[in-house]
Ligand binder design. Structure first.
Ligand code: GLY
Length: 563
């Protein structure tokens, strides 16, 4: 019966991505069912690292820390110990907590550091090379999580990552693609030649990638904890390389790095509570803002791929991205009208401006009136309802491109997530606002959105994704597909995705797009359409009854595992 319903749904909705399994079948790297634990990550070796630590008696925090270090090795193009991240977690019977271990602006940074004398942006300076580097936070964050909540020794938890770095991994298509795109940047920093090149030639798909220096650095961290990175020989190597390349990082920055505990953003959508990452992420605020706007429509009756549904969702996205540029920044430095932005009344005022038939550029009212290309994500949930969701990054492919000699550490280019100037665009085309200008020690605005959805006090959905500004819309639409349209978790992820971020002013729809009549109708409504992948690789876990269902996005090369 279930299979029949599923086939009916596929045939009535011809735009589902290819589905290799029907419900009930169990064998797929991307899809798993279990009861005790579920893990979804963007890398098979990282999922297996989590599995190993669980089998050794680790709890979800040990598993999360093991995955984080392993994915730093497995996806050096996406994340690493030279980067940072956000993590949301929930312990049964308690309210969720958020941890911010994102990069901070060095103390010698300044508002105009990427502008020339005439006030023009110096192209590429915030994206490539040593000047694009923010103070890394990943190691501080992971060690704090492990010390606060882990059960197993750090050395045990880090072992899979160390082995992976030392023994090597086969270069898979996504990694090879990133290497090819960034080859010329990587060549500029000689330490990369030892790792990503063989006799001066870029390694190829299928070649073994061994990261011996990184293995050594990880071993030092496993022995010494946080100080293995922020002090001693590793920190000396970072600062030396920064000085050699004319950067501004200093030991004072590393000594002064602090992980920040933050209160998660909370919203609701039809009897469900949603907890997500607060500023300096824009993710949580705008996921809730968009869902608030959409809650006022009967989308379920309209249907998931009805042009009107796509239009209403896109308008809500566009309005949110306008507000993102206007109001979002690090709340430790800026006044951000969070309560207004996530209030139902503000959503209702935006809804009133939406024309049901045509696209309008929406610039919301002042929410103060209502005042109250790369990255990675993984999710872990256990049978008791404990959850860890974390998004981690070095920002663009291979971050700044700078590998610190002798350490294997690739430094981030997270400074590009600041506004280099009001109105300038970052790597993801997001418009920079005044609240996101650079200040020493400030955290750049992010879209990373680790999120947990609850029904009463039970977590029923845990998810997140990589892909810059698209993260928040991909997370939002997975939630919408699952809660509003009642699709299975797998279908919720597999449906064609779309994204509108105000500027650039087009509706980005992933291939193969919608049926041609829907595409035409959207154009008639006034949308400029661009067919392009959104890059999201959602890693999600649903809890349905006693069962945990894990889906690692079929668009990527990740893996779900559960038992
Ligand atoms: N570096 C991408 C983000 O934080 O949104």
């Amino acid at each position: 019966m279930k299979v029949l319903l599923y086939l009916l749904l596929i045939s009535s909705c011809s735009h589902l991505r290819s589905v290799d399994l029907a419900p009930g079948e169990k064998k797929s790297d991307h899809y798993s069912r279990g009861r005790k634990i579920m893990i979804t990550t963007q890398g098979p070796a990282s999922t297996l690292a989590g599995k190993k630590i669980f089998e050794l008696g680790g709890n979800i925090y040990d598993v999360a820390v093991a995955i984080s270090f392993a994915i730093s090795v497995e996806r050096p193009q996406s994340t690493g110990i030279g980067g940072g991240g956000f993590l949301l977690h929930h312990q049964k019977g308690k309210t969720p907590k958020a941890l911010d271990f994102r990069e901070r602006a060095p103390h010698r940074s300044s508002e105009k550091m990427y502008l020339d004398k005439s006030g023009q942006e110096i192209k590429g300076l915030s994206r490539k090379g040593i000047k694009s580097v923010g103070v890394p936070g990943l190691v501080a964050g992971l060690i704090q999580i492990h010390e606060s909540y882990g059960l197993l020794p750090l050395k045990t938890v880090m072992k899979p990552a160390i082995n992976l770095a030392r023994n090597g991994l086969e270069i898979y298509p996504e990694l090879f693609r990133a290497l090819k795109i960034k080859e010329s940047v990587l060549r500029k920093f000689p330490a990369n030649l030892k790792v990503f090149f063989t006799k001066g030639k870029l390694k190829q798909k299928g070649d073994l990638l061994v990261q011996k220096d990184l293995a050594r650095t990880l071993e030092i961290i496993a022995r010494k904890g946080s100080s293995g990175f922020y002090k001693g020989e590793v920190s000396r190597a970072i600062i030396l390389e920064s000085k050699r390349l004319g950067g501004i990082l200093s030991q004072k920055d590393l000594d002064g790095y602090r992980v920040k505990s933050r209160e998660p953003i909370k919203g609701t959508y039809r009897n469900h509570s949603i907890f997500s990452m607060p500023p300096p992420s824009s993710g949580g605020v705008h996921i809730i803002q968009i869902l608030n706007i959409l809650e006022g429509y009967d989308l379920k009756t309209l249907g998931v791929q009805n042009p009107k549904t796509i239009h209403l969702v896109s308008q809500a996205m566009q309005a949110a991205f306008y507000d993102r540029a206007m109001y979002l920044g690090d709340t430790d430095f800026e006044k951000v009208p969070v309560t207004g932005l996530i209030s139902k009344k503000y959503a209702s005022s935006i809804r009133k401006k939406i024309d049901q038939e045509k696209f309008l550029e929406l610039k919301g009212e002042d929410p103060n009136f209502y005042e109250s290309l790369e990255t990675t994500h993984f999710s872990v949930m256990d049978g008791d309802g404990n959850v860890v969701v974390s998004t981690q990054t070095i920002n663009g492919y291979f971050g700044s491109g700078v590998m610190v000699p002798g350490t294997g550490i690739i430094l981030n280019n997270e400074m590009d997530d600041f506004a280099t100037k009001v109105g300038n665009l970052n790597l993801f085309g997001a418009v920079g606002g005044s609240k996101n200008l650079i200040r020493p020690k400030k955290t750049p605005l992010s879209s990373m959105s680790p999120t947990i959805v609850f029904k009463k006090d039970k977590p029923i959905l845990a998810l997140g994704s990589p892909s810059g500004t698209k993260i928040l819309t991909c997370v939002m639409s997975t939630i919408l597909n699952y809660l509003e349209f009642g699709l299975s978790l797998r279908q919720s992820q597999e449906l064609v995705r779309y994204h509108h971020q105000w500027k650039p002013n087009f509706l980005r729809i992933e291939k193969p797009g919608f049926k041609s009549s829907t595409m035409r109708k959207l154009e008639d409504m006034g949308y400029a359409i661009k067919e392009k992948s959104l890059g999201c690789k959602v890693q999600s876990i649903a809890r349905e009854g006693d069962e945990l269902i894990g889906v690692s996005d079929l668009r990527g090369q990740g893996m779900a595992w559960g038992i």
